[in-house]
Design a protein around this ligand. Structure first.
Ligand code: UDP
Ligand code: MG
Length: 337
């Protein structure tokens, strides 16, 4: 696979999804360059412009003018971070690929350590937050419940307290590229591929500038996505809940019959009737909703659309003897059968 690659220096790709981050890019580039300077590898920095509406693209272009290691992949609109990352993985050419956020919450200074673990033979080296500063108890509690559920009902070991900040080996990237599902729960996909994985602890900084694109509705959707992409447990749970309710209804029916036989029936029981009807109605709607979630996802998958559309691709300057290696050309990685 590596024929034509004469010098042994590995290539490290840093991929950065960016969406409306004009204020931070210069600082990011400065810190990234500094952090990568000590690494025994050639470097490309691939920025994926995820349909930014501000001056992000211009900012990237001016960075590219001053630094030939900067490549820009410009998506045709905003596709969301998960898809932007996927695009980055498709176009990255490195022997190792590190993914980091643009907002400097993922400190570039950690990359040498991730890289060292890659050299030690790990395929997925993820950065784990040691402390979640300034997060409400509600967010912590819901996160805790989510991870417990995932551990209990799926067979992938989702690491807790990790974001997308991680370094992947070439073969891990190739494996990830095979997973073309529309509903992309990347954290799960990273875990699903397996390979030797390693955690490196770090402290996550607050955002450098701008604002987070996350809020509770988005987190809720994220959790639903995670669950429905990796387990059909909710379908089973709703089946058992249905069985349980039917069984309880049967018992209750027996109670009612016996009561009527013993004491006659002095037409009461309207409240209990209402309770039962509402409860069963609720259960049915809930189960239908669960089925609907899965059905909707199947609908989205069957359309088989490409995950993203590239508007423009400006690869970084080829490093002699390195990037022309056959099989490394990032020509339309989309739309394999
Ligand atoms: N991002 C993106 N597309 C989006 C939303 C976010 O590429 O639709 C990028 C964003 O520019 C940043 C990273 O994803 O580099 C993380 O976003 P954010 O800081 O909003 O998330 P948080 O750190 O709050 O989880
Ligand atoms: Mg952030």
């Amino acid at each position: 696979m590596d024929q034509g690659n004469t010098d042994k220096t590995p290539l490290l790709s840093a991929i950065v999804p960016v969406y409306n981050e004009e204020g931070v890019l210069t600082e990011l580039h400065r810190r990234l360059s500094q952090a990568l300077a000590g690494i025994p590898a050639s470097v490309e920095m691939l920025f994926i412009n995820d349909g930014s509406a501000d001056g992000t693209l211009q900012e990237l272009q001016s960075l590219r003018a001053s630094d030939p290691r900067v490549c820009i992949l410009d998506l045709s609109r905003n596709f969301g971070k998960e898809v932007a990352m996927t695009a980055g993985l498709d176009y990255a050419r490195g022997d190792a690929v590190v993914i980091l956020d643009a907002d400097l919450q993922d400190p570039p200074e950690l990359i040498p350590e991730l890289f060292a673990q890659w050299q030690n033979g790990f395929d997925v080296v993820y950065a784990r937050r040691v402390e979640r500063k300034g997060e409400s108890w509600l967010k912590r509690a819901t996160a805790y419940m989510f991870y417990r559920f995932m551990r209990r009902f799926t067979n992938v070991a989702l690491p807790e307290d990790t974001g997308d900040f991680r370094l992947l080996s070439r073969r891990a990237v190739e494996s990830l590229k095979e997973l073309r599902e529309q509903h992309r729960f990347m954290k799960g996909l990273f875990a699903w591929i397996g390979y030797p994985q390693k955690a490196v602890p770090f402290e996550r900084d607050p955002r450098f500038t701008g604002y987070s694109k996350w809020n509770y509705p988005r987190l809720w959707n994220f959790a639903i996505e995670g669950i429905t992409s990796f387990t059909i447990a909710p379908l089973k749970i709703s089946t058992y809940l249905g069985l349980l309710t039917a069984f309880s209804a049967l018992i209750y029916a027996l109670v009612v019959i016996i009561k009527t036989l013993l004491f006659g029936d002095p037409v009461k029981g309207y409240p209990s009737l209402m309770v039962v009807i509402l409860f069963l109605g609720g259960m049915q709607l809930f189960s239908l909703g669960v089925i609907g979630e899965y059905l909707g996802r199947m609908f989205n998958e069957t359309k088989q659309r490409p995950l993203y559309i590239v508007q423009d691709y400006a690869p970084c300057e080829l490093i002699p003897g390195k990037l022309d290696a056959p099989g490394q050309k990032p020509e339309e990685p989309e739309r394999q059968p």
